[in-house]
Write a protein that binds this ligand. Structure first.
Ligand SMILES: [Zn+2]
Length: 226
């Protein structure tokens, strides 16, 4: 006890707040696709445009490699007082065995990977947090033990939009609105080429939240409750 990083799925089920979270994955394979011109962008600026225009709070789980590839977009996120910055590993490797098809990091490198990612994100300032999300949400006792010294809170989420590699926006809207409740943490991606429907779904998700009397808030406020 006390030697394992805590894991949360959602905040208290009271009040009316929900957290919209956007993961910014980046792997060496994705960087190679960008360099080869196979994809245009892994930074969906239409999501940022919409959140800024509608003044919607959100939390971004950033990989170190994404931040290094998109420093201007990271600055834009950090400059928004409604946005929080969180950690999604350095290069989106798996922290456990059998995590989709992600290559695995050895257990003795996990803490260093996450610490290095904080070092990359921290200089951007803004609303920095100690929230951390595992690639593919894959974690086990060894991974949680390894991260305990960093003082992170592991945030999984209770509403999975299913936006990676989606080919239509309506199923995302349904997936979110069918499951969202007060205190929910909604998982989406800001990676455009790997999540091409998210910006089309987002206006409908925001409208559906309003209809349900739910209001997006920064993750820290949702987890604190109220
Ligand atoms: Zn991810």
């Amino acid at each position: 006890m006390g030697t394992r990083a805590p894991v949360v799925d959602h905040g208290p089920r009271t009040g009316a707040r929900v957290a919209l979270t956007f993961d910014a994955d980046m792997t060496d394979g994705m960087l190679a696709s960008l360099r080869a011109g196979r994809v245009k962008s892994y930074a969906n600026l239409r999501i940022l445009d919409l959140l800024e225009r509608e003044q919607v709070p959100a939390t971004f789980f950033l990989t170190g490699k994404w931040v290094r590839r998109y420093p201007d977009v990271t600055r834009r996120i950090a400059a928004n007082p409604r946005f929080e910055l969180a950690n999604h590993t350095y290069g989106h490797a798996a922290f456990t065995a059998g995590c989709y098809d992600l290559p695995r990091l050895p257990v003795d490198e996990l803490a260093r990977d996450v610490a290095k990612t904080f070092e990359v994100i921290a200089p951007y300032g803004g609303r920095q947090t100690r929230y951390f999300r595992f690639p593919g949400l894959c974690h086990d006792a060894a991974a949680l033990d390894a991260l305990a010294p960093l003082g992170v809170t592991v945030v999984d989420g209770d509403v999975v939009s299913g936006d990676p590699f989606a080919t239509a926006w309506k199923p995302l809207v349904r997936a979110v609105l069918d499951h969202v409740r007060p205190g929910s943490v909604v998982i989406m991606h800001v990676t455009e080429a790997n999540a091409a429907m998210t910006d089309e779904a987002l206006p409908h998700i925001l409208a559906g939240l309003r209809e349900r009397g739910l209001a997006p808030a920064p993750l820290s406020e949702v987890l604190a409750g109220g």
